[in-house]
Design a protein around this ligand. Structure first.
Ligand code: KG4
Ligand code: ZN
Length: 337
């Protein structure tokens, strides 16, 4: 089954074609047009600007993704959560294509897409635990079969990626913050200095699977306000901040995996590109979970892309979970069900 995936929930215009057979998918094309350079000067994504860029880019991106493809069987598109004006561009384009080509459509949750990035080169077993960490979400999700999820915990305030972005702003590192903080932190580690700054590990012993990162950002703000020389110690603050986020995420993931006896642990979302988080989780899974296997998507499938949407779309299409194009609607607060 050949699926065209379309993703426009935030600031990447993306299209991809996958060929699904049985439990496997083959990526035939994966095109992403990023708006990062445009939003950089504003220090974050400006919804109106993002929507206009999607309108300009969506057809060239889809055209490029379909370049060597002879036919498609279905169209998968992100319907939420995300910026409504961005989502509308992808959804209306998918509807138009479905109408014109007479193909069925699958409306997808963006988080489900991030989860399925793990199914691109792997065949996870159930129950699986997924740590989803992006600019908008921090969730621990139990997946018991294809399309069946239970949210075990989530952030009570800022998402992990948002926390990285805000920390970067405080440290004067620009947007997007995650890669900028990670690069400075790596510098500090390379110099193999010992951090003398300490930041809290929020809710690490809360006994549940929820998270909170807004206090961590405030703790960083107070720490640099107290420190006249903070500008000379940016790599150290970046290092400590990254450690604090990674430690809390890893600790709760391992606890949940033990409790629910998970066979696979998966990482998804933009923050999954963070090398420290990947390494710490790898080590913890090896040390503390005897039977479970960790799956981490390739870098290019961690941040927003349409290959993950087309892959999730394939598994839904296989189960005949289509939506009539007339009924396809955006939902900026769509919950994972
Ligand atoms: O999944 P994504 O591309 O978009 C959303 O759905 O939000 O995630 C973007 C987020 C941003 O907050 C960005 O700062 C963060 O992922 N991010 C990182 C890294 N690369 C991207 N955070 C930490 N370390 C990274 N290397
Ligand atoms: Zn995302």
């Amino acid at each position: 089954m050949i699926i065209l995936g379309i993703e426009t929930s935030c600031d990447e215009t993306a299209a991809s074609v996958v060929d699904g057979r049985g439990n496997k998918v083959k990526i035939l094309s994966n095109v992403v047009s990023s708006q990062i350079e445009i939003h950089k000067k504003y220090g974050g994504v400006v919804p109106e600007v993002a929507a206009r860029e999607h309108v300009l880019n969506i057809l060239p991106v889809i055209n490029e993704a379909l370049k060597d493809v002879k036919k498609i069987d279905a169209i998968a598109v992100t319907v939420g959560p995300g910026l409504v004006t961005s989502l509308l561009v992808g959804v209306e384009t998918a509807k138009t294509l479905a109408y014109a080509l007479g193909k069925p459509v699958v409306g997808l949750n963006h988080i489900e897409g991030h989860i399925y990035a793990n199914f691109i080169n792997n065949q996870p077993k159930f129950p699986s635990l997924i740590l989803t960490v992006s600019g908008g979400h921090t969730m621990l999700i139990l997946m018991t079969k294809h399309g069946k999820y239970k949210v075990l915990g989530e952030t009570l305030d800022d998402a992990a990626g948002e926390a990285f972005d805000k920390a970067a702003q405080l440290l004067g590192l620009g947007y997007p913050g995650g890669p900028a903080v990670a690069a400075r932190a790596a510098k500090f580690k390379m110099a193999s200095k010992k951090s003398i700054t300490t930041l809290p590990r929020p809710m690490i012993n809360s006994g549940d699977f929820n998270f909170s990162f807004s206090g961590l950002k405030t703790a960083l703000l107070y720490a640099i306000q107290r420190d006249k020389n903070w500008r000379k110690k940016i790599p150290e603050y970046a290092f400590e901040f990254e450690q604090a986020v990674a430690e809390v995420l890893v600790h709760k993931t391992i606890k949940a995996a033990l409790k629910y006896n998970c066979q696979n642990i998966m990482l998804s979302g933009g923050v999954a590109a963070n090398v420290v988080l990947r390494h710490q989780l790898e080590k913890a899974v090896k040390d503390k979970l005897v039977k479970a296997k960790l799956i981490i998507p390739e870098f290019k499938y961690c941040t927003d892309n349409a290959a993950m949407i087309a892959t999730a779309g394939y598994f839904r299409a296989r189960a005949k979970k289509f939506t009539a194009w007339q009924k396809l609607k955006t939902d900026s607060n769509l919950e994972l069900k």
